[in-house]
Design a protein around this ligand. Structure first.
Ligand SMILES: C[S@@+](CC[C@H](N)C(=O)[O-])C[C@H]1O[C@@H](n2cnc3c(N)ncnc32)[C@H](O)[C@@H]1O
Length: 216
């Protein structure tokens, strides 16, 4: 079976103050963006529960689940989670198709010392749309080129990928893309809504340990 679901370790410790401040700043920025936006809304942009995702990522680091150090956020929006991953020691990359969201992410990162690399483009690799069972999925609606050629990386270079599928996204599509393109041993962390975070590992074949394990 190529994807197995792992028990999600949620770290219960208090948040570092800088993390709590950054999450608060990210939430303020999202709120301000939504409040003043008076043109076409970006498909009901919604942000995840940043604190929960941070606790999960920290738990994953501590549990020794990782096979490498590279983290990708598929559809990074304001880039808060990519920034949190960078603060945990990941080599973090955020990919976002919406120019306006990525500009907000870049602005926000100016006040954060743990930089993630943010790229405008499509997180879906070439031909990934063929894995969809319907062509009206929100993540297929972007016409940007896949970002991977430009950044000289492939999906299988990431030890962990995080995504929050758009509301309305078919539940299994991102899992299928990950299952098809990710490296053996890589992790997929999906936020499906409040208190619904799911962690998957791709298995099968040799599990390669890449680079150093993330340390806290
Ligand atoms: C529900 S929001 C999640 C934002 C952020 N990751 C979070 O967890 O708060 C989904 C994001 O994915 C982006 N997105 C959707 N499909 C995409 C694609 N094919 N390539 C790049 N970004 C995409 C959207 O523009 C949106 O910012």
């Amino acid at each position: 079976m190529p994807l197995i679901r792992l028990q999600l370790p949620i770290d219960p410790d208090p948040l570092p103050q800088e993390v709590a401040d950054w999450i608060a700043e990210g939430m303020r920025a999202v709120q301000a963006f939504q409040d003043i936006w008076d043109r076409r809304p970006i498909e009901q942009f919604v942000a995840a529960d940043y604190e929960l995702v941070y606790r999960a990522m920290r738990g994953i680091c501590q549990a020794g689940y990782l096979t490498g150090n590279r983290f990708g956020e598929w559809g990074c929006g304001f880039g808060v989670i990519a920034g949190l991953a960078a603060s945990l020691g990941f080599d973090a990359i955020g990919i976002e198709a919406e120019h306006r969201l990525l500009s907000e992410a870049r602005k926000l990162q100016q006040s954060w010392p743990h930089r993630a690399d943010l790229y405008e483009g499509n997180f879906l690799p070439t031909h990934a749309e063929q894995l969809a069972t319907t062509d009206d999925l929100p993540s297929l609606a972007h016409d940007q080129l896949p970002v991977y050629g430009r950044i000289d990386l492939d999906v299988d270079d990431f030890a962990m990928i995080y995504a929050y599928p758009w509301p309305g996204e078919e539940e299994m599509f991102l899992e299928s893309v990950f299952e098809h393109y990710a490296a053996n041993g890589a992790l997929l962390l999906l936020y499906h809504g409040s208190y619904d975070l799911r962690l998957w590992r791709k298995v099968g074949g040799n599990l390669k340990r890449k680079k150093n394990r993330v340390g806290l």
